[in-house]
Design a protein around this ligand. Sequence first.
Ligand code: GDP
Length: 319
Amino acid sequence: MARTVDVAGLVDRALAGEPRAVARLISLVETASPVLPEVARALAPHTGRAWVVGLTGAPGVGKSTTTSALVGALRARGQRVGVLAVDPSSPFSGGALLGDRVRMGAHATDPGVFIRSMATRGHLGGLSWATPQALRVLDAAGCDVVLVETVGVGQSEVEVVSLADTVAVLIAPGSGDGVQAAKAGILEIADVFVVNKSDRDGADATARDLKHMISLGRRDRAPTWRPPVVKAVASSGVGVDAVVGALDAHLAWMVEHGERDRRRARRAAGEVEAIAVERVRSRFGGLRGGAALDVLAKRVVAGELDPYAAADLLVDGVG
Ligand code: GDP
């Protein structure tokens, strides 16, 4: 099964921006390849440049269309763009399931654009482990901007996009998306709201409601970012420049207030933590079925040990 991977060669080709090498590295992340520590070490000196922009919203709101429009706008100003479509609910390889997304057809042959889907359900270590590593690959490959798109809005999607430097939340007019978004905890993580499908009735009312919700949510006196609400029609390109402008303004604000560094540090902390937890877990044989864990679990059931003492024994045993 195990194929030997020429990590050095692969990394060199990815650094040179070769799409197949980039795709292969992201596959290694997706399958939790044992060569990843080596890959990460080789990539590290080449990372830290990319601006990560997350996009989320209910299925059908226009995320794919908006992503494609944003790619066009960013390419027009000469930036290299990565697109990472993350499906946290699917256990299947994104590459196989979502393909390279037909709708990105216009950009699929552009050497300045990398497009990759990734499925993460059931992934060892989960989203907080896989997504930042895939971002590192795209960053090292020279992407100025990486757009991270999720398939829907739920807790896992919130987790994915909260790794981004800038988070855009898409809402469609009159869809009740705003209420759903509020429930999913999306209002708190949005840096920019896009009322997409503004060619439909109710766009102004939806924008007004969102502004109202935002004004209620901000009580702190510190100089904080107030998420702008931008109306767009992604399918025709109307308002896309305004969306880019709002994203740019957020980037400028973050840089000015040190927020970009804080978010990056938070992302790295989550990544390190996820790797550490995964290492501990793999040493005692996984969350379920590990022999040491089984023995301890039986003793807990029998009342011989309390779960805290058992956890201590497990972690100490890992040493
Ligand atoms: P996603 O599921 O959030 O990625 O949504 P898609 O980008 O696939 O869009 C869903 C459908 O809405 C597609 O048929 C798009 O062509 C359409 N769509 C996207 N943006 C707009 C828009 O601004 N106005 C209208 N009327 N349709 C749009």
